[in-house]
Design a protein around this ligand. Structure first.
Ligand SMILES: *Cc1c(COP(=O)(O)O)cnc(C)c1O
Length: 378
């Protein structure tokens, strides 16, 4: 699904030099590299504060802690996402409220969000799934109207832009009150181990978050709040520092692969290729609104599983993200949920298939993958 070796070749010298400097200086935690990466990311995103942490799941949890969400508060998020999003809501004793997604973009449905709001609702967590922003303009409007926080799960869309109706652009993860991302190796900006970060323009919240990531300490050995231990280490920061200037190029390579898949597959009646949002009908050459963490097709007429088996036989990796809607998972089932409220997630879980997507795909590989798919579907 991903080839991470090619990227390493381009940054090998820089990373090895940085690693040896870190090993010689033994500044493994909170060294100058972490600060340098933090500042570079603030500049890239156009956000006032980046708070590095240990992974994307922690980033989401710490964001919710920093906003002061309390047990009993309801947090609305999508039924169709990686479990980490809803896991941390449950872990903090908050009440997850899962809602359906849009059939075209796979992202949280703003109408379903609005319908799910109760007097206990405190926050909305849109996920920018597969590399494309949720409908943030609508979500921000709903949040303002009902006085809710917006926490963006940006684990899959770092580098993506969101285009507002007036044409202005903002980076994914910087649109809500707080954004959370992951630097897991296979993410679009991946470290060589775990890593994550939280983004916000709110200076007071940033201060709170910086304490929470470090045992609730604002002054050494004075613990003002209950925190966690969640740090980005210097080795990972050095990798990320080397990769960040290349991120836009990585995203463009992913878009190029997506364009090639689209060209080959879009006309088949049983295939739905990914839909991109406003201003990006098709994937235009200048558009940078979708960064294709995943390239995900919908396969009609119950043929998805057969296609998956056929790809496996042909040695082509693929993924089913996600095979079970969260409301049907044992850990997150809740008698309040009604199957009739999740028609889209339920059908997506039977129709979606993600193809190999990374920065090293060449035309020959893309041709072989597309040919194999079309041969199977006939
Ligand atoms: C990867 C991912 C996470 C969690 O990130 P980790 O760094 O693996 O903890 C959270 N949400 C989504 C949507 C993800 O894809």
């Amino acid at each position: 699904m991903v080839d991470l070796v090619g990227q390493y070749q381009d940054i090998k010298e820089e990373v090895q030099e940085a690693f040896s400097e870190i090993l010689e200086s033994a500044a493994f935690i909170n060294g100058p590299r972490v600060k340098a990466f933090q500042q570079a990311l603030e500049e890239y995103l156009g956000v006032a504060h980046v708070i590095p942490c240990a992974n994307g799941t922690d980033a989401l949890q710490i964001a919710m802690m920093g906003l002061g969400l309390k047990p009993g508060d309801e947090v609305i998020t999508a039924d169709f996402t990686f479990a980490a999003t809803v896991e941390v809501i449950g872990l903090l004793g908050l009440t997850p409220v899962l809602v359906d997604v849009r059939p075209d973009t796979f992202n949280i449905d703003p109408e379903a969000v609005e319908k799910a709001i109760t007097p206990k609702t405190k926050a909305i967590v849109p996920i920018h799934l597969f590399g494309q922003c949720a409908e943030m303009e609508a979500i921000l409007e709903i949040a303002e109207k009902h006085n809710l926080y917006v926490i963006e799960d940006n684990a899959q869309a770092i580098g993506a832009n969101y285009k507002f109706a007036d044409g202005s652009l903002k980076k994914a993860g910087t649109l809500g009150h707080v954004g959370a991302t992951s630097f897991f190796p296979s993410k679009n900006l991946g470290a060589y181990g775990d890593g994550g970060a939280i983004f916000t323009d709110d200076a007071e919240l940033a201060h709170t978050l910086r304490g929470i990531v470090n045992h609730g300490m604002y002054e050494r050995y004075y613990h003002d709040v209950i925190g966690v231990n969640s740090r980005l280490d210097s080795l990972q920061a050095a990798v990320l520092q080397a990769k960040l200037p290349l991120l836009d190029g990585y995203c463009e390579k992913r878009r190029n692969a997506a364009r090639a898949y689209n060209r080959a597959l879009a006309d088949h009646p049983e295939i739905t290729t990914p839909v991109t949002m406003r201003g990006c009908a098709g994937i235009c050459d200048t558009c940078d609104c979708h960064v294709f963490h995943q390239y995900t097709l919908k396969i009609a007429n119950g043929k998805r599983d057969g296609l998956a088996a056929h790809l496996a036989e042909q040695g082509i990796p693929h993924g089913i993200y996600y095979p079970v809607p969260l409301h049907r998972q044992k850990a997150y089932a809740d008698p309040r949920y009604n199957e009739a409220d999740f028609p889209v997630t339920n059908s997506l879980s039977e129709e979606v298939i993600s193809l190999p997507m990374h920065t090293e795909l060449d035309q020959e590989q893309l041709d072989f993958i597309c040919k194999t798919i079309l041969q199977y579907l006939g």
